[in-house]
Design a protein around this ligand. Sequence first.
Ligand code: NAD
Length: 398
Amino acid sequence: MANSGITLTVGVLSERNSAEHRVALDPSATSRLVHSGISVLIEAGCGLDAGFTDQTYETAGATIATRSNVVARCGVLACLSFPPPAVTDELVAGQTIVGLLDPLNNLDVVRALAERGVTVVALELLPRTLSRAQAMDALSSQSSAAGYRAAIVAAEKFGRYLPMMITAAGTAIPAKAIVIGTGVAGLQAIATMKRLGAVVTGYDVREASRTEVESLGAQFLTSSVSAGTGDGGYARPMTAEEQSTQQHELSAALSAFDIIITTAKVPGRTPPLLVSEKTLTSLKPGTVCVDLGASEKGGNVFGSVDETTTTTPTGVVVVGAGNLAADLPSSASLMYGKNITAVIEALAPHGAITIDSADEIHTTIVVSHKGVITNAVVRTAMKLEPLGATEPQKARAN
Ligand code: NAD
């Protein structure tokens, strides 16, 4: 990164959330930024949950500071998700906040920051199919960690061997697992379940995922509901009728499985309910469901509550796990740090944040800049007029 003489400072805070153990920059990402002339300010102790001590950050060239000092002195605040209001309220014009900020579910915070001239960069909005965007793809890096972890959690909760086991004391048949939703997380869950020895099936409404599932050595469960592949490779939302058909088809199939991992999501929407109340009661006692779709708004499995494990009256274990990447904090932070570094390199190629309105990556991930909500999707969600030809100066962030 060529430096213009301006020293950009990237700040990192402790996420301060009992369910969040990741940190936005690890020491190796810190070192990379420092070598390119960027200063890094780290809140004392923020990497400890992920296994990174303050000393390793100092060795990487960072300065350790208090929380308030980091917020006041950074040009770019790198986070996993939005920090609490005590932090966002302190950000001022010219500062940038970057992370998995879920802008469509945080419109009020985004609006308030935009009004104060803070640049908001949301990594969920990245055009992921662009090859030059792949190093920045935090959704993929974190979904991959979550999918891996889902298989481990399922194995941990399951009361039987996963592989076939022939011993003098008897033979154990292999466990049957199904992964519903075979995007990035689902494929990683399939690969991990296979390595653990289970017999694995994948299910998705995108027919394109069949070959990916089969290439991992798993079977593909066909649905009569087919979403095709929409914009950006995502599934489209199902109609109520399609959702009912899916629930019915899955209800007939799922009682044959011992482990059910669900990862089905549609961007910006509530995750579809695929394992209904009726299906849940038809599952064998001891079946384990790990629901990566679990969220405040509901998940893929009836009654799943994020961050909570429950056992139904019929003995089915339901693990609500909407943020499982946080349970693999060291690996997930290493990957996230690389994503953040790549984003900063793209937005600040000369040592200062410079938004290029001709660059598709900039125009999608930058939600607000210089007081203007610049992202079209977020503008629509806020019921704002599209930025049109009548206001080119406002639209052109620079
Ligand atoms: P996601 O997290 O949005 O959804 C997870 C999975 O749930 C998807 O496979 C989706 O099809 C599935 N799903 C949604 N509704 C469903 C329903 N009702 N029933 C069953 N399954 C349902 O998806 P993702 O993991 O972020 O990836 C989405 C797509 O984007 C995939 O095709 C992936 O390969 C593609 N992708 C491409 C790139 C790239 O080109 N570099 C990068 C990342 C992802």
